[in-house]
Design a protein around this ligand. Structure first.
Ligand SMILES: C[S@@+](CC[C@H](N)C(=O)[O-])C[C@H]1O[C@@H](n2cnc3c(N)ncnc32)[C@H](O)[C@@H]1O
Length: 269
């Protein structure tokens, strides 16, 4: 089973590079929550293990991570990477969240990074996860908020056209690129206490890593984005041309979309 962005060598490279650019955000969140051995954690939509592997290292010697991933290709890669890193505290489940059942002991942490943007019925999926938390356990989600906040300077119509088109593409297929703001109310409705709601953002010039991160996404998916947003071939050409110019322009600046950490805690009693 694939997901909106598919399984391809380009997407695998994008996920790896994404961890290089944004890994600090997740590590800061785990630091704030005090994640440590012997916690038991669930990584939902684990992909190739960009969150799972550092989490498993952090949980040594007695903690463990259950990694849930729907794609068999990604699950195999995660397995190989865990083996290479000699991490024996990772348990891999190749299944969809929708089918996942857990009869083991409760999780101290359930982490979902960049997953709910792909999932339509967020509340019913979270409802499945909440009973899997131990009392006092955390449900932590990292996802986009208000994608329109992403900006390229100097401003240009070519960029202004592509951002709403990307929003349409995701909203049609899943929770969308503005999902984070909806999460605190859903968590509260499911009986969790919202204990963290923190924005993360980065900015940089045409040669920065964060600009390259955006480039890996837009260059690979521009055709699907253009189709969802009814962009004309000329608008797509303008976008590609402007991108190349901005990459070399020393005064260009890119501001990333905000990625929120949203954390709900299950009451202890
Ligand atoms: C953008 S990737 C993020 C991977 C990883 N969380 C990270 O931050 O590097 C989203 C992942 O979620 C997985 N996924 C999407 N929907 C899922 C579902 N319903 N059940 C399980 N996994 C899912 C995809 O297969 C993909 O590997």
């Amino acid at each position: 089973m694939s997901y909106l962005l598919g399984v391809s060598p380009q997407e695998i490279r994008r996920l790896e590079f994404q961890e290089k650019v944004w890994g600090w955000m997740t590590q800061n969140l785990l630091d704030r929550l005090g994640v440590r051995s012997p916690w038991r954690c669930l990584d939902v939509g684990a992909g190739i293990g960009c969150v799972t592997l550092p989490l498993a290292r952090r949980l040594k010697p007695k903690g463990e991570v259950v990694a849930l991933e729907q794609s068999a290709v990604y699950a195999d890669l995660l397995h190989d990477r865990a083996k290479k890193a000699d991490l024996k505290n990772i348990f891999l489940i190749n299944d969809r969240l929708e089918n996942f059942k857990w009869r083991g002991p409760g999780f101290d942490l359930i982490l979902c990074r960049w997953v709910f943007l792909f999932i339509k019925d967020i509340e019913s999926r979270l409802k499945r996860l909440v009973p899997m938390l131990s009392p006092g356990g955390y449900l932590a989600i990292e996802d986009y908020h208000d994608y329109r906040g992403m900006t390229f300077y100097p401003e240009s119509p070519a960029f202004e056209r592509v951002i709403p088109a990307a929003q349409k593409w995701f909203a049609k297929n899943g929770g969308g690129l503005d999902v984070a703001g909806r999460l605190p109310a859903i968590m509260a409705k499911l009986g969790l206490r919202v204990v963290d709601f923190r924005p993360n953002v980065q900015a940089g010039g045409g040669r920065s890593e964060v600009f390259r991160w955006a480039e890996l996404f837009f260059s690979h998916y521009i055709d699907s984005i253009a189709q969802a947003g009814n962009m004309t071939p000329r608008e797509v050409r303008d976008f590609k041309k402007t991108w190349l110019l901005r990459k070399k322009d020393p005064v260009s600046r890119f501001v990333s979309p905000i990625i929120f950490d949203v954390v709900g805690q299950k009451p202890r009693r």
